[in-house]
Design a protein around this ligand. Sequence first.
Ligand code: PGA
Length: 258
Amino acid sequence: MTIPTGPIFAANWKMNLGPDGTRSFLESFKNRYSPHDDRTVVFFPPAISISAFQATAGERDDLEVGVQDVHEEAEGAHTGSVSAAMAAEAGVGWGLAGHSERRREFGDDDDRVARKLVRLLDAGLRPLLCLGETLGEREEDRLYEVLSRQIGGALSGLDAESRRAILYAYEPVWAIGTGLTAEPADATEAHGILRKRIAHLTDEPHAREVPILYGGSVKPDNIEALLDADGVDGVLVGGASLDPSSWAAICNASAGSD
Ligand code: PGA
């Protein structure tokens, strides 16, 4: 899998926008954002809306699509779940793993996240691995320890080549959906820690290049500062990606220098 170059703008719609909402969002968004070849734009709609997304995106193949979650097993009696192979069959290219809401609400621990990464990679999907500390962990100065544990656990079952296929999103839990945003310097620090751990788990050249997105209350008015921060290669956006005009304002931002 080739690593995308240029910033990545990823929309995580969570449990918002069914098929009708998806169609009207995209009709509006397509008029506000024209294809740019210097960046990647990817949407993570609810699974039930993926086919409406693809039908409405139509010829706009610059608008990529991913699945918010897959089950850690390949198939079977897991009511309500979607497998990575089914998501691939449905034509998506990406999959989230390790989002803090999955960790908190559904018990996705490091071991389960590791198994989901294996499924995503086996199905040929590009994993976007989410990591981040809670406010309590930050206040106890445990940023390094938490990020190291999460990334080490998630990548533990993977060989060197598979590890190189993963992209990352640093999302401090205290900044998600709260209106609190990490300062660009905080993002740079956390991304630096992740690159150190990635170098240890893969190699230095890969760690320097691999995209690490920032997520947590990204908005049109803070996108430029975040993209300009050292080590930030894109954003993963929840709330502000639900409105076509604010998401278009974010995706149209001028690209940062790194
Ligand atoms: P937010 O969510 O932009 O609403 O803070 C980000 C995320 O959870 O990915």
